[in-house]
Design a protein around this ligand. Structure first.
Ligand SMILES: [Zn+2]
Length: 92
């Protein structure tokens, strides 16, 4: 059974059309130190449950999305355009 991903621009699309970038976590500030950048680039948690990730709709609208996926069931509960997510603080 194919998994469908809700793209806010294209509607429900097969997951094979997307490329997953990784965790949608807060980027360090302009003057952050090397420790903050090291953590941002290399360290990730191993969350249990809902998790925000950057997904690129590579074979569709070519927009970056923030997709909320359950790490246990892989069920997708929400998605929005990444530019909207940053503005609203979802992926600050
Ligand atoms: Zn799309």
């Amino acid at each position: 059974m194919a998994s469908l991903v809700p793209c806010p621009h294209c509607g429900m699309r097969p997951k094979e059309e997307f490329t997953i970038k990784g965790a949608a976590i807060a980027r360090p500030g302009l003057h952050a130190g090397s420790k903050e950048w090291m953590d941002y680039v290399y360290l990730r948690g191993n969350p249990f449950g809902a998790y925000d990730e950057y997904w690129h709709h590579t074979s569709g609208c070519r927009r970056w999305l923030v997709v909320t996926r359950d790490t246990v069931t892989h069920e997708i509960s929400a998605s929005c355009d990444a530019t909207v997510a940053v503005k609203t603080g979802v992926a600050a």
